[in-house]
Structures are given as structure tokens and as C-alpha cells.
Design a protein around this ligand. Sequence first.
Ligand code: SAM
Length: 476
Amino acid sequence: MKINISDLTWDQFIYPRGAKSQQTISAYVEALAIGAQFPPIKIQRVFNYADGNETTEATIILDGIHRWSAFKEKGIKEIAAVEWKDKPIDYEKNKMPLLLESAQCNTSHGDRLSSNDKKRIARDVASTDPECKWTESALAEKLGVIQQTVNTWISDIRARQKASRNTVILRLSRLGWLQEKIAETSGITRGRIAQIVNNTNFGEINILLSQGRDMDYIARHYNMDLPLVWALRLEGKTDQEKFKELDWGLRTWDQWYFNQCDERFGDDWPGRIPAQLVAHTLFYFTKSGDLVLDLMAGGGVVSDVSLVFERKCLSFDLATRDNRPDILYHHWDPRNWKWPITKQPDLIFFDPPYFDKKAGDYSEKSISSFPRDEYLKFFEEFFTLMKQHAKQTTRLAFINADWRDFQNKAALDETPEDSILADDYLNILSKTGWQRTHIIQVPLSSERFDAGIVSAMQKKKILGVTSRYLIIARRS
Ligand SMILES: C[S@@+](CC[C@H](N)C(=O)[O-])C[C@H]1O[C@@H](n2cnc3c(N)ncnc32)[C@H](O)[C@@H]1O
């Protein structure tokens, strides 16, 4: 086929500028002047191709940049071309195969790729291929080098990827995921998962600690997340010893105030609760090995603390993220209630949005977009569903705060009919078959309010809300 020179795109990711030689182009221009014939160039039609701010279709050159440049310089309008695949392909999804096809063409003829070009290509491919689909030998074949060379180029990338893949598997297994579920999520066979879980040795953690390395260093060293490193370090210790090692004072009374969240556990998340609050709940209301179910997991703090305190934990939320494979998507939907697990939990942890607070931060499917009546009805149905799936000994740990209509209103002018208070939740709990056993004060920090706001509130006699409570209940 013949193709217009001006319709072709030189993609510098696929064929870098550094690999283009002006000397070769000049030689080709001279050859064209005396009527030399050139073999066709290799091209590929693609879609989903970024061009400035837009994505469009393009025809990119896989092989023959020098011939194409020489034709352009000579003012020739068309060039003979062959297609790699006879249909347009998705550029973003096929970037690496395109890169390797181009590399392979350029290992055998023309201005061959330099060793540095090949190394860059091998590293680019390896770093975007965490599942290691491109083996060292396949890359070696494409790049025209021996496997040993590819090994030395990419061994650091592969080692890191392996560590982080093993990390995910260890985390999910410690949280109580079944091996077949881990296999389904990670694409790794059950046999291999069993090997990783049973044989991964992190004995060096204590050596590194005795050499004065800190936990952040150790997490980086193993390419692991910090909560997992803590879990491995504190494995086998009692809960009380863990509190001590984490530098958390253990509260003996039913008021648990924490100035701020402990950044080591849970992701930064709108409405995040302190890890210390979760740890106290686990300490008083569960035992080692118990199953915790986190219904609206947000930043995953319950999962992280469960990992450290050796509880199993299954977590669900509308919001899921690549870095949190332990949080599964689930929409608690009043039009279609579904319970996602079969095993009955020992503790149900339930930290929902406090009515419409932070509604703008959550998905539009979040219950924070419900009007008051619907929001309360949601709780009635949800507590009923929880009870159906709870065993006699299951505890429910439910966190909420009074939602009072206090914004811009003096305390005396508030309208209680518009509020949602602790009494409303307690009534719903008892109506749906739950008996409250404890109410623990877990106040919000007031340090987030600046002096200007505080003084304006005082002037208007506005009474703010920092009370928050943790209601513990069991089946009545
Ligand atoms: C207060 S946040 C949880 C914060 C979490 N405990 C933490 O410390 O990071 C409430 C969560 O409920 C989730 N959510 C709201 N409505 C939901 C629904 N109908 N189904 C599932 N998740 C929902 C939101 O996505 C949000 O992450």
C-alpha cells in the first residue's frame, strides 16, 4: 500500500529522537536521488491516541523513521508501507506491544538500536507490567539480546514488583481472605499463593530494627505498606503489649478522646476516624482471630488496625482504590439489599456518613445525599439486615454524632424536628432488635476550628458539635 507522508505520526515513545541519525537520512536522500528503491516502512493505525489535550486516531511509524524522513526531505508525497495489524488498535492498551514490535524491527536492520535504547525499552515494559506477563526470555527475543542481559537491566524492577505482590497476598491472607478469592483477585494460582503465605520470610525485620533502622525504612526496604510491617513486627504479642509498642495509652474509662488520627494507619479520607479508637473497640469487644466486618470502610483504618491486632477483617465501600485491594466495592442499596459475605462476623463496625456532613466528598450514591426521612429509613432497614446476618454473640459498633441544625443559629433557636440525635439511632436500634450495651464518648477534635470561627460562634451564641459516640449493641 501507498500512504501519504503527511498522514504519518512519529511517536517518540515508540521511536525516540535520540535513536534518529541525520547521517543515515542524508545517505538515504542521496540514494533516492539516483533512483534507489527502499523496502516498505511498517506502520500501525491506532485510536485512543493523545494529541495535545484530545485523543484521536493516528497512523504511527513502527519501522522506517529514516526512510520516512528522507522521503520528506526529498519532497516525495507518498511512501510504500505495510501494516503490522490490519485493524486499528487501542494505543493506550497496546503501548508496550507497539514499542516491542518497533524495537524488534530495529534490532535486525537499518540503524540498530543502541544498548541504552534497548535497556530503556526493557525497563519501560517491565515497570508497566506488574503481573510479569513479559518474561525475561520473551523480552530478550524481542530486543535481540541474551536473557542474562535483560535480567541485569530489569532485576531491580521485578524484585520490587514481586515484593509488593507478595505483600498484597500476605495482607489479604492475614485479613482472612480465602485462598481462592485471593487467587481470583490477584490472578495467581492457589498453589503459588499458599507458597508465598507459608514461605515468605521477614525475619530480618528485627535485625534491621536492632541496627537502628526505623519502620519507614523497613517498609521501603521490603516495598511493603507500613501497617503490614507493624503487623509482622508485633505478631504474637498480646493486645496490651501492642498498645505499648504503638505508643498508645490504653484508656480504662468510657471516654476515648484522641487529638488526632495516627497517620500510620488508614489513608487520609474525609471523615477518617483515629486508629486508636478502632484499637480500643477491638481490645474491649473482640478477641484475637475474630472476624470484623467494616461496612463503610472509607480510608481502611479498621482493616489496618485489624491486621496489626491479628483480627480477620472484610471491608466494603462505594469507593475502592488500587492501593486498597482489601476494600471491596459494595453499594448498600435500599432498593436492592444484598449481604456480601456468608460467614457471620464477631464484630460489625459501622461508621456511616453523619447525615449530610461531607456529602460533597462522597459518591453521589452515598447515603449522605438522602433527605432526612430516607436517611433514617435506611438505618431501620440496614440494622434489620445486619441482625439477620449476625450471630447471638455478634457485637455492633456504630459511630455517629448528633446532627443538629446549629449552623448560623443561636442554640435557643434550633429546631429539634430537623435534627437527628443519639435518641433517634437508639430508638431505631431497639426497634430492629438490637440492645445497646455501651455508649462510649469518642469526641471529635475541636482543634480544627480556627480562632475567628470560634469567636463568631460565641458572639451569636451558636453551640457547636464535637460530641460523637460509639454505640455498642448486641442482638436483643
Ligand atoms: C465516614 S466515612 C468512613 C470513614 C472510615 N471509617 C475511615 O476512618 O476512613 C463513610 C463512608 O461511607 C461510604 N458510603 C456511604 N454510603 C454508602 C453506601 N450506600 N454503600 C456503601 N458505602 C457507602 C462512603 O463512601 C464513605 O467512605
